[in-house]
Design a protein around this ligand. Structure first.
Ligand code: BDP
Length: 714
């Protein structure tokens, strides 16, 4: 009787596990069974004998992970008496015979080494801290997941950026601003009593890709998160994350001293205010000794800040920096600022506000700058601030959630976008001063470095909604670790780990991923067009929108289409935003002939019949780009349709259906935008571009009143 019960339980467990795997819950940690006997033979003997040097919660996490992997890979307890083994330990603690063969001198606190010694029989994972060992363990498992050779490993890895952080735009009511994967995974109501398994799995997934920090709540912040009631909950999460090397951060609402503290001012130079923040910091650190610090959105889009008191960003940031400094905390002060009163080009405003303060921020402040000067568009030139603040540590902010890129309905591989930005040359310190070099501190020898990604994570069973949204979380982590990584390598790595190592899968799917970014640019905002999405939720086309409260919230502000042409003149005959870039860029971009076509309408207003490099008019080029975008989605569909045998049924079906939505919407974008722009160009569509199915009024009438992601308090 008992036996039967166990059998039933085991079966239920197996199916539950299988369903979970099918749904994609396990992310890049599902350790799929290795069927091929040759590979079994290659890897499994090492797992018979694993020696961990040390004993702590992080070492336990390593042990657990190896056990999970062993079970997942289906490495049985082999009876062969081979001498294969894995040894994992901090270099200085390794057994003497091994210690002097491992050099961890140049890899800092978080770097790791993986070496195969003794003619391939012993794998040593080492480093200078336990978290480094955890990263190394994940590094080793990644090799196995990809089917790589491990009998001759000689890996030395060190993260190039110090603070590798996710930014959750999660509210305390569990809605997620710009979140398209359900509700917030933080169940504030039931914390700290209920610790959900997701919290640990979140930490595992992040540690596996080297993410070492998380800002739990929205930049449009709620002061309540700083009260003891919530700090207790934050502490509970921090405890789950600690063994995985993940620090927690919170957003600080600048007016909190008034809202919570019985003060009548939040003036950063006021002594009571300064003391208030110090006390709050002390209280938080008493509970969470490794608390990371605060992220602050101030004087932007209605958030309170120092301006109200005639103070500056420096006054605000440095006051908070002083409060967390005794505890080794940092402040991430956002540069996403633009003002209602300022009638100047929105793209110029952050630069103008911040540049005068270069070198004035405290040592523990990072200024967090979005990748482009407007707002996470499908394509933007890099933010000019990256080339203009040599004496201020600048932190990159990317958006992993696809606010302007089709939410979690569209397949877009973002590492391609991230890579494009990181590789741009700022010329701030001569040629080859890439954005990557600015943010990893190579340029100007910065002491504090960081990178943030606005998370795309929610309560969806697979965390990200679109199965391929996981690739963007993964890719962000990998680039945060090494901003020089090739997006192609990231694509391959993820595809192998997530789905299959088969060449016939990996090759075409890598192409698909890499092309998906250009596809979305083509069918949404080709040739430098930007911010022409529908109002407020930003889903679907809205180039006609012209009735919003502030000019710079309206798409017409960004494309400036009229009978004379289209595009935003940012040269010296226009807003002169171009002057915020280094001379070589100014020279190149000041004329439309030498401006890279991908940025053409970002910097120039040009007549519809302007002749482009291919000899065709601007109008024809715009139309053809929209059409190409649609065709690229069709190609994605064709490729995916042949991949059924390599992926699980649920993810195959889901992705197929989502690609169908994407195709429909790519056509919607094409037809709506071309109908709209056509009334100005008054030109015919070129051959190969079909006439829109409906008239402009139809496209204008489409509404999505309940599109997700809008902050309910707005
Ligand atoms: C924009 C979003 C808005 C954010 C803001 C920000 O539309 O929801 O609050 O950026 O980054 O992209 O602060």
């Amino acid at each position: 009787m008992k036996l039967k019960k166990y059998l039933v339980l085991a079966l239920v467990g197996f199916f539950a596990f299988n369903i979970q795997a099918q749904q994609g819950y396990d992310l890049w940690l599902d350790y799929k069974k290795i069927d091929n006997p040759l590979y079994q033979e290659k890897y499994s003997p090492y797992f018979n004998n694993v020696e961990l040097v040390g004993n702590s919660s992080t070492m336990n996490a390593i042990k657990e992970e190896l056990q999970l992997a062993k079970t997942g890979f289906a490495f049985g307890d082999s009876t062969s008496n081979s001498n294969h083994k894995i040894i994992i330990g901090i270099q200085s603690n390794l057994p003497p015979a091994i210690k002097n063969k491992i050099n961890t001198e140049n890899i800092g606190e978080e770097g790791y080494t993986i070496n195969t010694l003794d003619n391939g029989e012993t794998i040593v994972v080492s480093g200078n801290s336990e978290v480094a060992l955890l990263y190394g363990t994940f590094g080793l498992l990644r090799e196995i997941q990809q089917g790589n050779e491990i009998s001759d490993l000689n890996i030395e890895e060190e993260p190039k950026i110090q603070k590798r952080v996710l930014n959750h735009w999660d509210n305390l009511d569990r809605t997620v601003e710009r979140g398209y994967a359900g509700f917030s995974i933080w169940d504030w109501h039931q914390l700290p009593g209920l610790i959900k398994p997701e919290y640990k799995d979140y930490a595992r997934a992040n540690a596996a890709i080297g993410i070492n920090g998380t800002v739990l709540v929205n930049v449009n912040s709620n002061a309540l998160i700083l009260t003891p009631h919530y700090i207790e909950k934050v502490k509970a999460l921090a405890e789950v994350f600690r063994p995985y090397g993940i620090q927690v951060y919170l957003t600080a609402r600048f007016s909190a001293p008034i809202e919570l503290g019985d003060l009548d001012t939040a003036d950063p130079l006021n002594e009571d205010v300064r003391k208030w923040w110090k006390d709050i910091a002390d209280e938080i650190y008493a509970e969470i000794p490794d608390f990371g610090g605060f992220l602050v959105k101030a004087d932007s889009e209605g958030q309170p800040g120092p301006f109200q008191y005639d103070r500056t960003h420096v006054d605000g940031a440095n006051m908070l920096a002083e409060a967390v400094a005794p505890h080794d905390g940092i402040i991430m002060w956002r540069a996403f600022v633009y003002s209602e009163e300022d009638t100047d080009d929105r793209a110029k405003q952050a630069y103008d506000q911040f540049i005068p303060y270069d070198g004035k921020f405290a040592d523990n402040v990072l200024v967090q700058v979005k990748n482009g000067a407007i707002d996470f568009q499908p394509r933007e030139p890099f933010h000019p601030m990256f080339g203009a603040m040599p004496d201020t540590p600048l932190m990159m902010e990317f958006q992993i959630t696809q606010e302007y890129l089709g939410f979690s309905s569209h397949l877009v591989f973002l590492p391609k976008l991230f890579e494009e930005v990181l590789d741009e040359d700022t010329f701030s310190d001569g040629e080859n001063s890439t954005v990557a070099k600015v943010i990893d501190g190579t340029n100007s020898n910065k002491k504090l470095t960081g990178i943030a990604g606005v998370a795309n994570i929610g309560t969806e069973k697979n965390w990200t909604g679109h199965p391929f949204g996981q690739a963007n979380w993964y890719g962000f982590g990998r680039l945060a670790w090494d901003p020089y990584m090739d997006s192609k390598d990231i694509a391959k790595e993820w595809l192998k780990i997530k789905f299959s190592n088969e060449d016939n899968f990996v090759k075409p799917m890598t192409e698909l991923l890499l092309n998906s970014r250009e596809a979305v640019v083509n069918y949404m905002t080709p040739l430098g067009l930007h911010h022409i999405m529908a109002t407020s939720h930003h889903y679907g086309p809205g180039p006609w929108v012209d009735d919003l409260g502030r000019p710079d919230w309206n798409p017409v502000y960004y494309h400036k289409a009229d009978e004379n042409g289209v595009g935003f003149d940012r040269t010296n005959s226009g807003s002169d935003a171009l002057s915020q870039y280094a001379k070589p860029i100014q020279e190149k971009y000041s004329s439309p002939e030498t401006t890279p076509e991908k940025y053409l309408l970002w910097f120039h207003h040009l007549p519809w019949d302007y002749e482009m490099e291919n000899g065709e008019s601007l109008w024809n080029n715009i139309a053809l780009h929209y059409q190409t975008g649609v065709e690229q989605v069709e190609e994605m569909q064709d490729t995916w349709a042949t991949m059924e045998q390599y992926v699980n049924e649920q993810e195959f079906e889901k992705t197929s259906m989502l690609l169908e939505i994407q195709l429909k919407e790519a056509k919607w974008w094409r037809d709506a935008c071309l109908s709209y722009f056509k009334q100005f160009s008054k030109m015919k569509l070129p051959a190969g571009v079909p006439e829109p199915e409906h008239d402009l009024e139809y496209y204008k009438s489409i509404e999505r009143p309940y599109a997700p992601g809008i902050n309910p308090s707005w």
